[in-house]
Design a binder for this molecule. Sequence first.
Ligand SMILES: C[S@@+](CC[C@H](N)C(=O)[O-])C[C@H]1O[C@@H](n2cnc3c(N)ncnc32)[C@H](O)[C@@H]1O
Length: 243
Amino acid sequence: MSQSPVPSGADGAAVFSDIADRYDRLNTILSFGRDKAWRERAAAFLPAGHLLDLGAGTGAGNPAFGERFITALDPSLPMLARNDAARRVAAAGERLPFADEAFDGVFSAFVFRNLTSVEDTLVEIHRILRPLGTAVIVDLSRPIGKVQRELHRAGSAVFVPLVGWLAGAPGEYRYLDESLDKLPPPEELYAGGPLSLEQTWRMGPFGFVYGAVLRKEFRFVSPPGRAKRAQRGEGTAVPKAQG
Ligand SMILES: C[S@@+](CC[C@H](N)C(=O)[O-])C[C@H]1O[C@@H](n2cnc3c(N)ncnc32)[C@H](O)[C@@H]1O
């Protein structure tokens, strides 16, 4: 595994680098063992072919992808080092080091709250998807109803940092709880962006996990300079681990 500097635009990755060795276990505890089922339900919407797993982390999504060819992208090298995907690339979602229309589908689970820019990342996903390609996003949010939202807020403020404290990472998991309020609900977040929002659904207790299917339906003219910067490439190919 080559030791390369973490690419720029990857501030949200530092927190995961610190807990990479405990991430999968903590994720299972915090989701009551449901995270696998949430990814699987979302992955059912993906097309066959070449898939980009954006913010792939340790590769927890890989079993849900079947025979597809996977490019796993993540700015955190300690997370990526645990991923057994066919191709691994150290880069951030805001600047994807890939050619236009290179992928049939994009999958991203539990990443969007950590992005430096959702807007830039959606423009990049649109650029690297083939026409009519699909992006499937899974992330945590707050429940829809006011009462459920407040109950969930009160519960997560205690439960999430407690699990983090027991795991020896209190700061990281306080961050996770705070990030739940960072973005608007998916219907708002993805409306009017470069990709068309086809459907959303809710999962988990009070529906605090959402899935969203987005499609590339038209040509989007990205702001000058962005596509060129991305094509120059900010990513670092990570050789596959031996053994
Ligand atoms: C909660 S983990 C999710 C990992 C994996 N997708 C899963 O389902 O378990 C969030 C991941 O997003 C990555 N990340 C943070 N900032 C990012 C960015 N700007 N672009 C892409 N990935 C990012 C982190 O390094 C981390 O691996």
